[in-house]
Design a binder for this molecule. Structure first.
Ligand code: SAM
Ligand code: SF4
Length: 442
């Protein structure tokens, strides 16, 4: 234990891609402050948890982790522990008070203060910084990226919606967009450094707006496509209310923008969608899907679904199943509803679907999605697809792992190819989550 390097840090990242991108920003800020990344947690003198508050079980995981760190701090007293991200921003002072072995907490708009907070912690000060700064987009920071092939590029932060179940407007504050000119510079920088794919990130990426440049999200996609030709462009997460025909045409018009839209629907019932305050009905969602598919028949659509939201009846749950049958999503992130303290739903609606019923409905949703995914993935067997190779497969280094433009994971015999190559792959097999194949020459 005594061989921990007091200047080295290790970050555990929980939750969404936005948190992963934030950890890359935090790494850059700590490096600039004179700290160094540790290859593993065991030798780090500073351990940070970048936390997620979206669901109760994510918060429970952080709690368990903090109990382990408490034990480690007893053995190694100068270990500095910081919790950053959405949990402290959401739970505020009571969270800090309940975890006296945590040296500091910082919310998502306070990362520029982190290096100083570590130094203060070493001098015995316990600090909490959870101010909102509605202009903070971390300009001037060059994130230290985890990979060398695919990069995240946050284009906006925060959320102005008010979905009844969701903590994000509290944890991440109001929407603000990164100026277009900075994003284009950053995208070019990524291309110059050899990155092959960029994912434009935002909680509501399609409400991006640089008013001064007269640029909305569709304009941004086109501009990035022009700035870095040949680089694959992805984006997430889109909100159904902001998917416009202009945006879909921008995607369809560029060979580099991936034909994949992640479009969370949450429920197939209009009554539940209204209670969720999502801002659209089942029919409006389905009309958007028709519009997207009429312009891009080969698009891949994925979604998020919540089972057992307040007052959901069995018939309304079946409406979710029927919507899934109708749209036939490629894949979904599926959750059962967990009430989050202080949200609109917590204050105004009964969390009255019994736990067992929530779980049983979720299980039905998962089983249906698996069947649909398997059927869709099997349609690729016998075809060739274009795959950006990302890594060597965990099981055998003769195989590579990558993704299609439609975001399907593919494991394939590498032939002469390596990570970073765009490979034509003949698909020979499929499960509900992965395609398998072999590199083919045209
Ligand atoms: N901004 C995105 C949108 O509106 O679609 C999603 C952001 S949220 C971090 C990711 C997903 O977590 C949501 O789409 C929802 O399905 C799920 N989620 C959020 N709050 C939840 C809750 N209280 N219980 C269960 N799932 C929840
Ligand atoms: Fe949460 Fe809704 Fe905002 Fe998504 S759009 S982050 S679900 S409040």
């Amino acid at each position: 234990m005594s061989d921990r390097n007091p200047r080295s840090f290790f970050i555990h990242t929980f939750g969404c891609q936005m948190n992963q991108a934030d950890s890359e920003i935090v790494t850059a800020l700590l490096l600039a402050g004179g700290y160094e990344p540790s290859p593993d947690e065991e030798s780090a003198g500073i351990v940070l948890l970048n936390s997620c508050a979206v669901r109760e079980n994510a918060v429970d995981r952080i709690g368990n982790f903090l109990q382990q760190l408490k034990g480690r701090k007893r053995k190694y007293r100068s270990l500095v522990i910081g919790v950053i991200g959405c949990v402290p921003q959401f739970e505020k002072q009571p969270f800090f008070d309940a975890h006296p072995w945590v040296d500091f907490v910082a919310g998502p708009d306070n990362y520029r203060a982190l290096a100083a907070m570590v130094a203060n912690a070493r001098e015995g000060a316990r600090l909490l910084k959870i101010d909102y700064d509605h202009r903070e987009t971390y300009g001037g920071i060059d994130p230290v990226r985890a990979g060398r092939i695919c990069a995240f590029l946050p284009v906006m932060r925060g959320c102005n919606n008010s979905c009844a179940f969701c903590v994000v407007p509290v944890t991440r504050g109001r929407e603000r967009s990164v100026p277009l000119s900075r994003l284009l510079d950053e995208a070019r920088g990524l291309a110059d450094s050899g990155f092959r794919e960029v994912t434009l990130l935002g909680q509501n990426v399609n409400s991006y707006l640089d008013a001064a440049a007269g640029c909305d999200f569709a304009d941004l996609l086109e501009a990035v496509g022009r700035a870095v030709p040949g680089m694959r462009i992805r984006f997430t997460t889109s909100h159904p209310k902001d998917i416009s025909e202009k945006l879909v045409r921008a995607i369809a018009g560029s060979p580099d923008i991936c034909r994949h839209i992640h479009l969370p629907v949450q429920s197939g019932s209009t009554r539940i969608l209204q209670l969720m305050r999502r801002g659209h009905t089942r029919e409006e969602y389905l009309r958007k899907i028709d519009m997207i598919r009429s312009i891009m028949p080969d698009v891949a659509l994925t979604t998020d679904l919540i089972s057992g939201f307040c007052t959901e009846t069995d018939a309304e749950h079946r409406e979710t199943l029927s919507l899934m049958q109708e749209v036939r999503f490629d894949s979904s992130f599926m959750f059962y509803y967990s009430v989050r303290p202080g949200t609109w739903a917590d204050r105004n609606l009964p969390d009255d679907v019994p736990d067992g019923v929530k779980r049983a409905r979720l299980q039905e949703v998962i089983e249906l999605q698996n069947a649909i995914s398997l059927e869709r993935y099997r349609q690729d067997v016998g075809r060739t697809v274009e795959v950006l190779a990302e890594t060597e497969s965990r099981r055998a280094d003769s195989r590579l792992m990558g993704r299609t433009g439609t975001n399907r994971a593919v494991v394939f015999d590498r032939g002469g190819f390596g990570p970073g190559d765009l490979v034509t792959v003949r698909i020979t097999d499929a499960t509900s989550a992965t395609l398998a194949g072999e590199a083919a020459r045209e």
